[in-house]
Design a protein around this ligand. Structure first.
Ligand SMILES: Cc1cc2nc3c(=O)[nH]c(=O)nc-3n(C[C@H](O)[C@H](O)[C@H](O)COP(=O)(O)O)c2cc1C
Length: 367
């Protein structure tokens, strides 16, 4: 079975394990003529790489990407692009305990139940090292989007850590790059630092909510019913390790609104384009982008590998306790931000290519 790929026309297959020699992505369907080099992809990988602050795993991986195929003289050729990242800082001895024991909240037990064999070193395929491959593929998607949809910008940030949400009144785009949490609220960044430090020292972890916004998305991407843009975005975000919930626009909160509150009223703008009074829809109606910001949020559960003992069983079914040593993220939501951005880039490019294939230029003129 081939269940390691996603995308329709822009198709990404990831491969590799945490403690194998390397991992990577095969990107098929990228249009030719896109200007790209390893440095452009590296830019995005550097945002995800471990060990950048005391609030992420202390694994020291440079995450250097190598382009093995599909690029000639600085441009994509239209053939498969093979991206490889070597694993250089494995410490398999840290994982001795999980050879026999299943970590509560991790994939150890289900991998064992399904396959009867598992690469326990660093979590093998279930390790979030796999997300480095997605970010590399997202770098290719971003380069293609820069050519095909100039002006489209994708930005991810954290909006909640544990019970502590940001104050939307203090939202500042410029703050996002200024703190280790990618949070657009300077006060939240300060508060979260001491909160997370306390949890980390206690051998505990915490969940988070990440929001990813795409601005400058053309109207018309996505298709009704089975090809909805929101369906593919939700699947893409849900496929990220540790994600337990996804929302588009108002999301779950839409259930508490009335029709009058939820209506994004439509007006004709001065530039001949429709404008909306609000964006409860998250930029998607009937599975098709409206031209407003596309807004996706996802909830990330707390890291399951923690230093506080938890009860579990061994492979033979004996009751035991587990303390997971090794270098783990106390809040995986932080490094999930660049991963969410990458998934947004891949899905939007995929739908841009689908739209070009079926329709070409948008046909429905207003005015
Ligand atoms: C960026 C990122 C980093 C992660 N780091 C860790 C980690 O250090 N330790 C851990 O136990 N889980 C970590 N996870 C989560 C596990 O990979 C995930 O919980 C596991 O694969 C089980 O899958 P599920 O949570 O989706 O069910 C991380 C997830 C992401 C997105």
């Amino acid at each position: 079975m081939s269940l390691n790929s996603f995308g329709h026309l822009f198709r990404v297959t990831t491969w590799g394990e945490s403690h194998g020699p390397a991992l990577g992505a095969t990107v098929d369907g990228c249009p030719p003529g896109v200007e790209i080099d390893a440095a452009a992809i590296q830019h995005w990988l550097d945002r995800r790489k471990p060990g950048q602050s005391k609030f992420t795993t202390q694994r020291r991986e440079p995450d250097e990407v190598e382009i093995l195929s599909g690029v000639f003289e600085g441009q994509t050729t239209g053939t498969p692009i093979q991206l490889m990242i070597r694993n250089t800082d494995q410490r398999s001895k840290d994982y001795g305990d999980i050879v026999e024991k299943f970590r509560p909240g991790h994939a150890d037990i289900t991998y064992w139940q399904k396959y009867g064999i598992r690469d326990y070193r660093g979590g093998g395929r279930s390790s979030a090292r796999e997300t480095a491959a997605r970010v590399a593929a997202g770098g290719v998607a971003r380069a293609a989007l820069a050519t095909l949809a100039p002006g489209l910008r994708i930005t991810g940030y954290m909006v909640q850590m544990g019970p502590h949400a940001i104050d939307r009144g203090r939202f500042d785009w410029d703050q996002i790059e200024q703190n280790p949490f990618w949070v657009p609220d300077a006060q939240a960044a300060e508060d979260w630092a001491s909160y997370l430090d306390g949890l980390r020292k206690d051998g505990n972890s915490v969940g988070a909510v990440v929001e990813v916004v795409a601005r400058g998305v053309p109207a018309g991407l996505g298709a009704p019913i089975y090809g909805k843009l929101d369906t593919d975005l939700a699947a893409a975000m849900m496929s990220i390790n540790a994600v337990k919930g996804v929302e588009i626009g108002e999301g779950m909160a839409a259930a508490a609104l009335t029709g009058t509150e939820n209506a994004d009223e439509i007006f004709m703008g001065n530039d001949g384009q429709p404008v909306f009074s609000s964006n409860h829809a998250g930029g998607i109606l009937g599975g098709i982008s409206t031209g407003q910001d596309v807004v996706v949020r996802f909830a990330v559960k707390p890291t399951s590998s923690i230093l506080t003992p938890r009860r579990t069983i061994t492979r033979s079914g004996a009751a035991t306790e587990i303390v997971t040593k090794g270098r783990h993220d106390p809040c995986v939501g932080i490094r999930a931000v660049p991963v969410g951005e990458a998934m947004m880039a891949c899905v939007l490019l995929d739908h841009l290519l689908l739209h070009r294939g079926q329709i070409g230029e948008n046909r429905g003129r207003i005015g």
